[in-house]
Design a protein around this ligand. Structure first.
Ligand code: SF4
Ligand code: SF4
Length: 192
């Protein structure tokens, strides 16, 4: 489905016009045009920090704690692990442009459109949003945690229901006769 990007632009008179245009695919952007011009500044709405690859339960427990917090995720890309926090840079303007472009940090200057997340179908090799997801991954990699599982204990099986007893209990049914001519004698119905 085509996605429309709304980007206010100044016409020099201080008035802002809404420019609605179809978001082109990366290979449709005309030569010489900046890809960012057609983007809603996705890369300014989160940051991701590399973290050590978890190898034991204590490591996964720390990642589990990360994911208890709102707007966090952990992903793996090309074998490297990252903690991601979805939070908008306070210098991002409403027109999706940088408000401190001339003095933006080096990490922003070094970021390139060459391998950025411009596409809307961007996916990671592995992506964890909840503590339950990382728990399942840890159990798949390490096996059940000795003596303590992240998962709830397996519930007891359903109890075996005792046969109906009491003064109004129906007569016990005898073994079914081989040829049942009068069913009411074998298993009589309850009084109405
Ligand atoms: S670098 Fe990529 S994700 Fe960031 S604003 Fe430009 S096109 Fe969008
Ligand atoms: S400083 Fe500018 S380029 Fe860097 S994340 Fe913030 S808005 Fe984006």
């Amino acid at each position: 489905m085509a996605q429309l990007v709304t980007r206010p632009s100044s016409n020099g008179s201080g008035r802002q016009d809404d420019v609605r245009r179809k978001k082109p695919r990366r290979d449709e952007v005309p030569p010489g045009e900046n890809l960012c011009r057609y983007c809603t500044a996705k890369c300014c709405r989160y940051f991701a920090l590399p973290i050590d690859e978890p190898t034991e339960w204590a490591d996964f427990d720390t990642i589990r704690w990360f994911l208890f917090h709102e707007h966090t995720a952990v992903f793996i890309e090309d074998g490297a692990w990252y903690l991601m926090v979805a939070t908008r840079c306070k210098h991002l303007r409403d027109d999706h442009r940088c408000g401190i472009y001339a003095t933006r940090p080096g990490i922003c200057r070094q970021y390139s459109t060459a391998n950025c997340e411009y596409e809307d179908d961007w996916v990671y090799d592995h992506y964890f949003e909840t503590s339950e997801q990382i728990e399942e991954y840890a159990e798949a990699v390490l096996g059940p945690r000795p003596g303590q599982s992240f998962r709830s204990p397996r519930p007891d099986p359903l109890p075996i229901v005792e046969p109906f007893a009491g003064p109004h209990a129906p007569p016990a049914c005898g073994p079914a006769p081989l040829a049942l001519e009068e069913p009411s004698r074998w298993c009589p119905t309850l009084p109405g």
